[in-house]
Design a protein around this ligand. Sequence first.
Ligand code: GDD
Length: 329
Amino acid sequence: MTRRALITGITGQDGSYLAEHLLGLGYEVHGIVRRVALEDPARRFNRLAHVLERLTIHPASLESYASLFSIFSRHEFDECYHLAAQSFVAESFADGFSTLNTNINGTHYMLAALRELQPGCRFYFAGSSEMFGKVAEVPQNEETRFHPRSPYGISKVAGFDLTRNYREAYGMFCASGILFNHESPRRGFEFVTRKITSTVARIKAGLADELRLGNLDARRDWGHAADYVRAMRLMLVRDESDDYVVATGGTHTVREFCERAFARAGLDWERHVRVDERFYRPAEVDLLVGDSSKARRELGWEPRYNFEQLVDEMVDADLRAVMGDKKEA
Ligand code: GDD
């Protein structure tokens, strides 16, 4: 029997890789998209253009319980991947209220509507290493205490707790992935990796000269999004639901990311990067590095990309895009 999956946040980086992955496995894939996005398909669906015809898209908003209820009352799903969120940490400092509202209520609405209409549907929650925040230990695993350092991190801890509570209170199959940073050529431009690689390409093409960044000493465990969406599905096809850290176990500073990205384009990062206080955060998460041994052991998951391959793929894609734009101009 064909399995049917629903993805919230399907137009985002992870949603697009997950949709491709599930289609490749023979799933029928549905997605929830806000009505405003449907009005601007060229821009909003750019990550999905190559598979759009094979997807079923439903207009709904995570801010409206009624709209989610309506979808679950009309369509049955085997698996639900809840990826939609306000996911930019810096923005959550600028507008904590809307990040908390959207992220916490959105998750609660999804869980409540499923419980009411489809308690047998398996649910995945996109937890985050931001939940560890001011880290209690290094590396971080499923037992590490949470200490979030931003409204975004707080909203993810609440979503994680809600998901676990629906599992424990109602016996639903609810799993959370605690995913460390994952990047790709489809990453949004506001995140540091894509900000770096897209600016590297513009500098190489002579369209820019400098790159302004905040904390160069922040360390992250950066993996590739295409690897991480495989782990999401593996969590939902187990006999029992549980929570898993997904990470590479390696760690690099923002400075090291710059060095590699500029060098890939034949540039010297020190000539172009400027530190700008505006990009510092009120509270920083300095050292995230994950211990994903449980996922490797129980899910049989492991990443295929290493750090260097990730950076190179992102730089190469941005170089191609900028050179293509220049030719067209
Ligand atoms: N965005 C950005 N812009 N970050 C910068 C900059 C800059 O100019 N300069 C330094 N940084 C530092 C940030 O201070 C942070 O320590 C690090 O680069 C990574 O920032 P982001 O790429 O914005 O990602 P994030 O780690 O805050 O959050 C991402 O990963 C989480 C998983 O840990 C997001 O994808 C979250 O949604 C995700 O949950």
